[in-house]
Design a protein around this ligand. Sequence first.
Ligand code: 5GP
Length: 198
Amino acid sequence: MNQKKGKLFVFSAPSGSGKTTIVRKILEIFPELIFSISATTRKNRDHEINGTDYFFISEEEFLEKIDNDEFIEWEKFYDYYYGTLKSFVNSKLDEGLSLVFEVDVKGALSIKKSYPESVLIFIVPPSMEELRARLIKRNTETSEDLKKRIERAELELSYKNKFDYLVVNKDLDQALNEVNRIIKLEINEVMKNGNSSY
Ligand code: 5GP
């Protein structure tokens, strides 16, 4: 068994909950945490960098990786595939590093199945109305996509009780403080026990 055990912090939330902002800030606050770079078949958005935000690969490559059992978990949304790579995660854990994941709810539960010591954190929007308003304000989606994202948000919210921690993102600073506290607590547990859940 690996003695230098890192921790796995898995974040999920419906789109529009502020999850990406929270994850980015957490990575700045804890430079020792490594972002788990997923593979995806969707095209990169303007600001996204291959090998930093995602590994952007073709559908053919993705399907080959599924056949070769290279994923801890994978899902398909909005016509694109997304998956967590075994090689990436295991090499970091072997180095004793802790990881941050940003995946959908099903992905989070699959990661917990493979790595029971994972800490699952669900970022909750204050209400469905607020979420709808944020998605409309963000204005990055067509109305058809917006409808799909709202339906998906309702589905994702129904999984929230399966998570270890729920953090309501009403106020970003407050939500960040809460996540900060959880991570410190969990990292201290690892140092005390080598491997522990809360
Ligand atoms: P986006 O296209 O907005 O970057 O991501 C769409 C959804 O895919 C988000 O909920 C994101 O968290 C999720 N996602 C990103 N990478 C993975 C992954 O490796 N596995 C799973 N299951 N979901 C992922």
